[in-house]
Design a protein around this ligand. Structure first.
Ligand SMILES: [Fe+2]
Length: 263
């Protein structure tokens, strides 16, 4: 049984027992069988239980375990650029493991009451398990949301900002690809809004730009995973080839929504 549900039931049962005990005591100590008092107690019982339920709900507010978000498209939707098997393992195994390990790392700590964004923005206060697995959960959740496009290009304010900042979409792609290709080991390439401006950066491991320890801070609107697990089945050691292909499946509408929300 999920922890939150168990706690809610425990809270309701506890208050129910207290209510029944009060009722019984009222009867047992009444030398004249005060029926008015008894009726009052019974009438109050539903409210007592409702109060218990509310108490339990309030107590557990915010203590929801992190969960794996469903992909908004099928595993094979990004073929031939990202193969279905890679997507299936990446989402259902790797991302699921980050979620599970984050929940384990947070169990019984103050971090249980924090949102994922709150954890990230104060990540220096937590140990490596929260940093790595929380970052993994945040980064992959963003990653899935900006994939699934069909070769479209940016439009509107985002297109204007890309042209103004980088000169062209191709120049942005080149800068992102360089950031991803030159990230030693595992990490991410990011397009971030920092003080209203678009910035390209990269982070190691599962770090990201909303972490308080990030070199380049900001709101990420596009992230590209350059861990080998993101491409190795199809591209083996050819990370640049994977980086070249992924632009075919970027969902620019999703990136544009993130851009406007970040301004
Ligand atoms: Fe990944």
């Amino acid at each position: 049984m999920p922890k939150t549900i168990a706690r809610q039931k425990y809270g309701v049962y506890r208050l129910f027992v207290v209510g029944m005990a009060s009722n019984w005591c009222g009867l047992a100590h009444s030398s004249k069988y005060n029926y008015s008092a008894m009726l009052f107690c019974y009438a109050a019982l539903p409210y007592y239980c409702a109060a218990g339920r509310n108490f339990a709900n309030n107590k557990t507010k915010g203590i929801m375990a992190h969960t794996l978000p469903a992909l908004p498209y099928a595993y094979e939707a990004l073929e031939p650029h990202i193969d279905a098997q890679t997507m299936q393992i990446h989402h259902s195994k790797h991302h699921q493991a980050y979620v599970d390990n984050l929940n384990k790392a947070l169990a019984g700590t103050d971090g249980e009451n924090k949102t994922l964004e709150e954890l990230m923005s104060n990540i220096s206060a937590y140990g490596p398990a929260v940093r790595n697995n929380g970052g993994g959960h945040y980064n992959h959740s963003l990653f899935w949301s900006v994939l699934g496009g069909n070769g479209s290009t940016p439009t509107g304010k985002l297109a204007d900002a890309i042209n103004e900042t980088f000169g062209s979409l191709d120049a942005l792609k080149e800068k992102m690809n360089t950031a991803g290709a030159t990230r030693f080991g595992s990490g991410w390439a990011w397009l971030t809004v920092t003080d209203g401006k678009l910035t390209v950066s990269s982070t190691p491991n599962q770090d990201n730009p909303i972490m308080d320890i990030a070199e380049v801070k900001g709101t990420p609107i596009l992230g590209i995973d350059v861990w080998e697990h993101a491409y190795y089945l199809k591209y083996q050691n050819r990370r640049p080839e994977y980086l070249g292909a992924i632009w075919n499946v970027i969902n620019w509408d999703a990136v544009a929504q993130r851009y406007e929300a970040a301004l």
